[in-house]
Structure formats: C-alpha cells, structure tokens
Design a protein around this ligand. Structure first.
Ligand SMILES: Nc1nc2c(ncn2[C@@H]2O[C@H](COP(=O)(O)OP(=O)(O)OP(=O)(O)O)[C@@H](O)[C@H]2O)c(=O)[nH]1
Ligand SMILES: [Mg+2]
Length: 321
C-alpha cells in the first residue's frame, strides 16, 4: 500500500543543560562548567522514491536527539545530529500548528521544519570579578514540537483516467515496464501505478466512478494526483453500453472535484476496439463530437499511434535550443 497522506508528530531535540563545576587544579581554581549541546533539528529531504512515506504507516512520531549536557573541565556537550526525514518530491508539508505549508520539489532539497533547542550555558559563563564562584547555569531550550501532515501530490506528466475496467493499466504495461496487475473486474488498480516512457512519467489512476469526487469508490483519494499532471489520457471502452455517457460521468467528477481539471489538455482513447465492429466505433465518435483515437492492446498499430502521441509530448517537454 502506498502511503501518500500521513500526519505525524515531530519533536526537535532539546538543548543540553549547562554544567556547574569547579576546577580541581589548585593552581587555577574557578568555575569550569561548560555549556550543553544544541538539540537536533527535524528536517525533510526530497528523494525520488515514492514509497518512502510508508515508514510512517505505523510509526507516527519523529523525534530528534537532545543535545548533550555540558560537563566539567570546560567540556561542552555535543550538538545532536539533525533528524532527516525522507519524503518523495511532490510532497506538501503542512505544519498543523502554524498552518504554514510548503512543497518539496527537488531531489536533495533539505528544509528544516522543527528547530532544535538552544544549549544552556554552564557556570563558567557566569563568572565575573564580583562572583568568582558562580553556581548559575542554564537549562537548554526545548526543541520545537508539533504535528505535520505529509501529503504526496505526485508529479506525473500524463494521468490515465477513466471508469474501472477500461484497460488503463493494460496500456500502461504495454507502453512501459510497469508490469502492473490487470484483470477483468473493476478496481483492479488500488494504488496509482507509475511507469516511465522515456522522459515521461505516466500515472495510471484507479478507476473513477460516479460520485468519486464525493468519496465513492477509490478514485477520490487519487483525484489529487490528477491535479498535478499536465495531460490527461481519458479512456472509454468501446464495449460499454454507453461510452459517451461514461466519458461525461468521468468529466463531471473531475469538474466537481476541481473545475481546473477540465482545462487540462486531454486525449481521448476508445479502448478494446477489437471487441466491436468498426461501425460501433464510428457511432461512438459521432456521438462524442470530439476527437478520439480507437485503440486495442492486441493491435500493434494502435500502440504505435499512442507512442506517436507520447513522442510528440516528449518533444514539447524537452527544452528547446
Ligand atoms: N479485448 C481487449 N481486452 C482488453 C484491452 N485492454 C484491456 N483489456 C482487458 O480489459 C480488462 C481490464 O483491463 P485493465 O487494464 O485492468 O483495466 P483498468 O482500466 O486498469 O481497470 P481498473 O484498474 O479496475 O480501473 C482486462 O481483462 C484486460 O485484459 C483491449 O484492447 N482489448
Ligand atoms: Mg487498472
């Protein structure tokens, strides 16, 4: 199961306490208590692996270490190491206390989310001409603690959408090395499948059904992934009793979830063309009144047509020089 939305507690380390100590050397008596170390920060770092949030499935806490306490003989406590949480690029991090939100977009990008506590000073620091034997010291400051939400909004180039069982995953497998599960029933795909076709990331989203935007079926959770793709491949099955109604149903769900989804560039494919006579395809096209490409995964030519479209998209994506 791909974890793509999780709330966890983070706690940065506390600063170490300053020490109260005196020099035991008869030649140089005086305060010798050193300062503590700084508490570790909690940071997030972008990586390409989409599954790294899975580690928060059961463990919902991330606690950085405290700074070491100061010691005698001017030995400062060690600063604690920062705790670095790996998150996939495309993760939106929200601080549930301050409501501040930001997104990790680059691999290797590191952002500090909870600051470790400052160290406390030891009695050596408090010496003065009037107080040569101070017993004062400071506790370290507490590290920041709050809840954060990590929400992965995948950044794929092309999102495969459509009702369940229309052949989305089958095509993804033909085009890429995704090798995902295909079966003749609805909701075979339970999590988005990703595949790469040269420079393009293709995301096969679990089937959407009427009511998906209100939480029906599996699609709701994944509509947010579609928000981030630039292009939609919308699949309707030639076998369906009413492919045009299917098309409209999915479009309506997109609209209800977020109107802007309708503005995305869309390519329509009529799948399983091998299952129906040519006249049926013509009828569907006429009724749809939009450009649509009939395909079948059993027909190498139609796979070629899809590849041609994808190749065109790669050219558009590549920087022009
Ligand atoms: N005859 C024929 N069958 C196809 C074609 N494409 C897919 N199928 C079959 O249709 C069924 C559903 O295919 P999937 O790829 O699992 O469909 P899906 O849209 O990913 O389905 P969900 O994951 O449930 O949303 C499988 O039995 C496939 O073998 C095609 O072009 N022709
Ligand atoms: Mg599928």
């Amino acid at each position: 199961m791909l974890i793509d939305d999780v709330t966890i507690k983070v706690k940065a380390g506390d600063g170490g306490k300053g020490a109260v100590a005196f020099n035991k050397n008869m030649m140089s008596l005086g305060p010798a208590g050193a300062k503590g170390g700084k508490g570790g920060d909690v940071c997030v770092k972008g990586v390409s692996d989409l599954s790294v949030l899975n580690r928060f499935r059961f463990k919902k806490e991330a606690v950085a270490q405290n700074g070491e306490n100061g010691r005698s003989q001017f030995l400062d406590g060690k600063d604690a190491e920062d705790l670095i949480l790996l998150v996939p690029t495309g993760t939106v991090v929200s601080n549930l206390k301050t409501k501040k939100t930001f997104e990790i977009t680059k691999i290797g990008e590191v952002v500090t989310i909870a600051k470790g506590g400052k160290e406390g000073r030891g009695n050596f620091h408090f010496r003065s001409s009037t107080n040569t034997s101070p017993k004062e010291f400071e506790y370290g400051k507490l590290g920041q603690a709050f809840e954060i939400r990590l929400e992965l909004k995948m950044i794929a180039d092309v999102g495969f959408i459509g009702l369940p069982n229309v052949g989305k995953t089958s095509l993804l497998n033909e085009l890429t090395n995704a090798n995902s599960k295909v079966a003749n029933y609805s909701f075979t795909t339970l999590e988005p499948n990703l595949g790469t076709y040269y420079e393009l990331i293709l995301a096969d989203i679990p089937g959407l059904i009427e009511g998906a935007s209100k939480g029906k079926g599996l699609g709701f959770k994944f509509l947010k992934h579609i928000e981030r793709t630039n292009i939609l491949f919308h699949f309707i099955s030639a076998e369906s009793a009413d492919p045009v109604l299917d098309y409209k149903t999915v479009r309506k769900e997109l609209e209800e979830y977020n109107k802007l989804l309708l503005d995305k560039k869309e390519y329509i494919f009529i799948t399983k063309k091998d299952m129906v006579p040519t006249e049926t395809i013509t009828k569907i096209k006429n009724k749809l009144k939009k450009e649509a490409t009939p395909i079948s995964i059993l027909d190498p030519n139609s796979i070629g047509v899809v590849k041609k479209i994808l190749n065109g998209l790669i050219l558009e994506k590549l920087p022009k020089n």
